[in-house]
Write a protein that binds this ligand. Structure first.
Ligand code: FAD
Length: 362
């Protein structure tokens, strides 16, 4: 079979996962280009800032739910078989308060907090917690065994796998998606472009997707050990504030979050919000500070701010011909690029196969 030249634009978790998924087709010659690469920490690059864990939130029957369901077995496999990828299992507790229904965070977590959640037979060890064991202001509680991904290890791992499979990786800043046609490592025009530019697709010429907007997330990374991964459906500090705690694998520290601030582009940590995040975290998980029970016992590694690529209409996985070249879009993963990334990469792969079949008929 003749080789097909593919340029993947974007080296976040979605671009790297998509490139790796395509790499099993040996006739595809893949070049990845991006403004940011694993190792960078920048407000325009969401992936390193993620917790990251798997807490399914897709509505039953939605694309997101299908992508999440398809992604779990792959993350489970990597966690089990490839320790150097930086993923470990975490016992997880999800708490729900009826009063959070309808708030920004309550909506985001509405499927997650269900005691009859669709993923109860997908994610292992799902069980409903007895009411007597819940904090007094909580109405529901479940636990299961999820994973936490150390993004500082996992993103370089994905990049390394791409290099190992023969791809070329280059830095490039595109002002129009069609510029990717001229960026294939062979020097010849690309046959297919894969657009994995996340929030960047809002301003990228040829795409300019105004359905995209930022969902700002702020975190505090600490050395303290929570012993368990915990999330609750809301807070009493405002509609857009959240509390979640997860320990990253292999000395990655514990992420305390957070918030979901729509349309907020601020790249700097808000110190007052950081204080609220830490106080809520120790209230929810006193084992973080066993000696004093106070915020001052938290040993801070750093503060983080990332912009989730939110999209009205959900994740966009579509094919489109732009300036005579086929483009497969795969962006808009909001707060679920890790937990849905493999599923959406498989959908992008299906679209690439469609394009190749159409080309073969010509
Ligand atoms: P990005 O990581 O932003 O990558 C985009 C890529 O495109 C970059 O390489 C960039 O340089 C490139 N690019 C963009 N525009 C251009 C251009 N014009 N020219 C060249 N290159 C360009 N998800 C989970 O699944 N679980 C979690 O627990 C989780 N927690 C999160 C916590 C926080 C605080 C945040 C902020 C996010 C969290 N997420 C989580 C969401 C997850 O991080 C995102 O969904 C994911 O990182 C999106 O990946 P991406 O590859 O689409 O985008």
């Amino acid at each position: 079979m003749a080789t097909t030249k593919v340029v993947v634009v974007g080296a976040g978790v979605v671009g790297l996962t998509t490139a790796l998924t395509l790499s099993k087709h040996k006739h595809l010659q893949i070049t990845i280009v991006g403004k940011h690469m694993p190792g960078d920490y920048d407000i325009e690059y969401a992936s390193p800032w993620a917790g990251a864990n798997v807490l399914p939130v897709g509505k039953p029957g939605s694309n997101l739910q299908k992508f999440e369901e398809a992604t779990w077995p792959e993350l489970d496999r990597i966690c089990r078989d490839i320790p150097e990828a930086g993923i470990h299992y975490q016992e997880t507790i999800i708490l729900g308060r009826t009063k959070d229904a309808g708030s920004a965070v309550g909506e985001w977590f509405s499927e997650l907090v269900k005691e009859d959640a669709w993923f109860k037979n997908v994610i292992p060890n799902f069980r409903v917690l007895p009411k007597s064991s819940l904090p007094s202001d909580c109405d529901t509680g479940t636990s299961f065994t999820s994973v936490c991904i150390n993004t500082a290890i996992y993103l370089p791992y994905l990049l390394g796998q791409c290099v190992k499979s023969g791809m070329t990786i280059e830095r490039a800043i595109l002002s129009h998606i069609s510029e990717a046609t001229l960026l294939h490592a062979s020097g010849e025009p690309a046959d297919i472009i894969i657009n994995c530019t996340g929030l960047g697709a809002l301003k990228l010429g040829g795409v300019l997707d105004t359905n995209l907007f930022p969902g700002r997330g702020q975190t505090v990374l600490v050395r303290n050990d929570p012993g368990v991964m915990l999330t609750i459906s809301g807070t009493d500090d405002g509609d857009e504030e959240a509390t979640y705690i997860m320990q990253r694998a292999f000395g990655g520290g514990t992420i305390l979050g957070g918030c979901m601030q729509h349309h907020n582009w601020d790249s700097q940590p808000d110190p007052n919000l950081a204080q609220r995040i830490m106080q809520r975290s120790i209230d929810l998980c006193p084992t973080l500070v066993p000696k004093t029970g106070k915020v001052t016992e938290l040993s801070i590694i750093g503060h983080g701010v990332g912009l989730r690529p939110m999209r009205n209409g959900g994740i966009r996985v579509e094919k489109e011909k732009i300036d005579e070249t086929w483009v497969v879009h795969n962006y808009g993963h909001a707060g679920y690029g890790y937990q849905a990334g493999y599923g959406s990469a498989c959908e992008a792969e299906r679209l690439v196969n469609d394009i190749l079949e159409e080309k073969a008929k010509l």
